[in-house]
Design a protein around this ligand. Structure first.
Ligand code: SF4
Length: 191
């Protein structure tokens, strides 16, 4: 029997590749904890995309309740930090903490996350947080760098071929605002 693993998945794109790397060795369940996402409709769009990919891999998919209040509390004081800084540390910690708690309550042995498939994410930060939280609850964290071996390119290509929703900003309201600013700046520059 394969060991059980709860895979935190942040969106459909990131769920398009990582499961196939895990399925040969683990009994995988996908867990969509992303209360960071703004606005709420965006949360459900990404959830639907992640669920489509889980179904394609034949994996169970767990949909926790959208709870932005808890997420906003977790990043309080760090709202205006740049992407990749302390706000993201708290954001990742919040989502992985919720994932690890669910894994503990439901007798999973391992926890992992798809987050490191993106080149914009700091793999050391993600894996450090994941290992610490899992250890705290007596679980094991699989700290891989999923973008190795072209993971991000394969994920994007597969997501496009499948026709699932593909987002163009990280997820929170602050990353959305940054994206809007960037877009209007390039519009002005391009005349
Ligand atoms: S930019 Fe992304 S990782 Fe950072 S706080 Fe926002 S949603 Fe979380």
């Amino acid at each position: 029997m394969k060991p059980s693993l709860l895979l935190h998945a942040c969106c459909g794109v990131c769920s398009a590749y990582v499961p196939e790397k895990l399925i040969p060795d683990f009994d995988v369940t996908v867990y969509y904890e992303n209360s960071n996402i703004f606005p709420e409709e965006e949360f459900y769009k990404r959830q639907e995309a992640a669920k489509t990919m889980a179904n394609k891999f034949g994996l169970p998919f767990v949909e926790p309740t959208y709870s932005p209040t808890g997420w906003f509390k977790s990043i309080a004081g760090f709202e205006q930090e740049r992407e990749g800084g302390p706000r993201c540390e708290h954001c990742i910690n919040f989502r992985l903490s919720e994932t690890v708690k669910f894994a503990k309550q439901n007798n999973f042995e391992w926890v992992a996350t798809t987050l490191s498939v993106s080149r914009t994410k700091n793999v050391d930060q993600i894996n450090r947080i994941g290992h610490a939280l899992a250890e705290m609850h007596g679980l094991k964290f699989l700290g891989e760098d999923w973008k190795k071996g072209n993971g991000e390119v394969i994920s994007q290509r597969r997501a496009k071929e499948t026709g699932i929703y593909r987002q163009n900003y990280c997820g929170c309201v602050y990353s959305l605002n940054d994206k809007v600013k960037q877009n209007s700046k390039s519009k002005i520059q391009n005349g």
